[in-house]
Write a protein that binds this ligand. Structure first.
Ligand SMILES: *[C@@H]1O[C@H](CO)[C@@H](O)[C@H](O)[C@H]1NC(C)=O
Ligand SMILES: *[C@@H]1O[C@H](CO)[C@@H](O)[C@H](O)[C@H]1NC(C)=O
Ligand SMILES: *[C@@H]1O[C@H](CO)[C@@H](O)[C@H](O)[C@H]1NC(C)=O
Ligand SMILES: *[C@@H]1O[C@H](CO)[C@@H](O)[C@H](O)[C@H]1NC(C)=O
Length: 285
């Protein structure tokens, strides 16, 4: 009895030791100690993969291991990406945010991610996106001769002046953004049109963006203009053109209206005089 007890205890100690040793090894190797709660973290041949897919997450977990190289957040309920979301994971190469409910991405969201070269934003609720937020990683990827790839498919894009850069990008033969299933959801006239097929002159912004009024402060357009502030300056002339056309139309309407006045009738009367003389003239009188 005593011997059996003794053996049992020894076995348990050995088992516990082994478990501890094993845990320490695993933790050291995969940073599992820092793994945020619903996610799983693993080291796959030197790539630190943090998988948080399909967890009903409403926001991006905090304290993602800084060594992560591939971050999987697909199939969650994430609504926004802030400037803090990815602040510390500077080694990350790929982030999958596909199949979420993202409406807003901070312009600084990817600022520190110098190694990022794969970003999946497909199947979200994005209406607009600023080229500025891609400038840094794209530039560094290009400098390091890496291929940077961003998937923007299946979002309800609002094709106004702040998204014109994207069409320009597609036409430029850039492969940084996939044009597959990148389709306008608005305005109504462009609904269903591939962003790459929108004519650049069709990218209009409402006149309100020239002089935003207080009542428009919460409108979609205003947030668009705020985010698209730094888009290609070429497209800033479009609102001006719209404005000029409107003024032209008003002036035209005034002139036509003015023609019901006496002096206008007088002018019409004089028109036959301007016609060549001959048999035609007889036909008029
Ligand atoms: C996430 O979205 C799904 C589908 O809309 C919904 O059924 C679920 O309740 C949401 N989960 C949370 C935690 O909000
Ligand atoms: C992201 O996840 C989606 C959904 O599983 C998948 O279709 C897509 O290929 C992934 N993106 C990348 C870049 O791996
Ligand atoms: C497209 O190409 C032109 C000419 O190379 C360049 O000036 C312009 O900045 C490019 N546009 C974008 C959005 O990259
Ligand atoms: C604008 O939005 C803010 C917060 O989202 C809200 O408090 C405010 O009442 C809104 N203003 C108008 C004019 O809708």
């Amino acid at each position: 009895m005593y011997v059996w007890n003794r053996l049992h205890t020894t076995a348990m100690v050995v088992q516990e030791c082994c478990f501890l040793l094993f845990s320490v090894l695993v933790l050291a190797e995969t940073d599992e100690a820092d793994c945020p709660s619903p996610c799983s973290c693993s080291d796959q041949y030197g790539e630190i993969v943090v998988s948080c897919g399909g967890q009903d997450l409403a926001r991006i977990p905090e304290h993602i291991p800084a060594s992560v190289t591939w971050l999987d957040l697909k199939y969650n309920n994430i609504t926004k990406v802030t400037s803090k979301s990815f602040k510390d994971i500077t080694e990350v190469k790929g982030i999958n945010l596909s199949h979420n409910k993202i409406r807003k991405i901070s312009a600084d969201a990817f600022k520190n991610l110098k190694h990022l070269d794969n970003l999946d934003l497909s199947q979200n609720l994005l209406k607009t996106i600023s080229y500025d937020m891609f400038k840094l990683p794209i530039d560094s990827a290009v400098k390091e001769a890496r291929h940077f790839f961003v998937d923007l498919a299946m979002n309800p894009w609002l094709c106004d002046c702040s998204l014109a850069w994207l069409t320009e990008m597609f036409r430029n033969g850039s492969h940084m953004f996939s044009s597959r299933f990148v389709t306008c959801d608005g305005p109504e006239t462009l609904k269903g049109v591939d962003v790459k097929d929108v004519s650049l002159s069709a990218f209009l912004c409402p006149i309100a963006t020239i002089a935003p009024t207080e009542e428009k402060e919460n409108s979609t357009y205003n947030s668009v203009s705020a985010e698209g502030r730094h888009t290609t300056s070429n497209f800033m002339f479009l609102p001006l053109v719209s404005f000029a056309v409107l003024i032209g139309f008003l002036v035209g309407a005034l002139i036509v209206r003015g023609c019901t006045e006496r002096h206008c009738k007088h002018r019409y009367k004089r028109i036959p005089n301007m016609l060549p003389t001959g048999p035609q003239k007889d036909g008029f009188v």
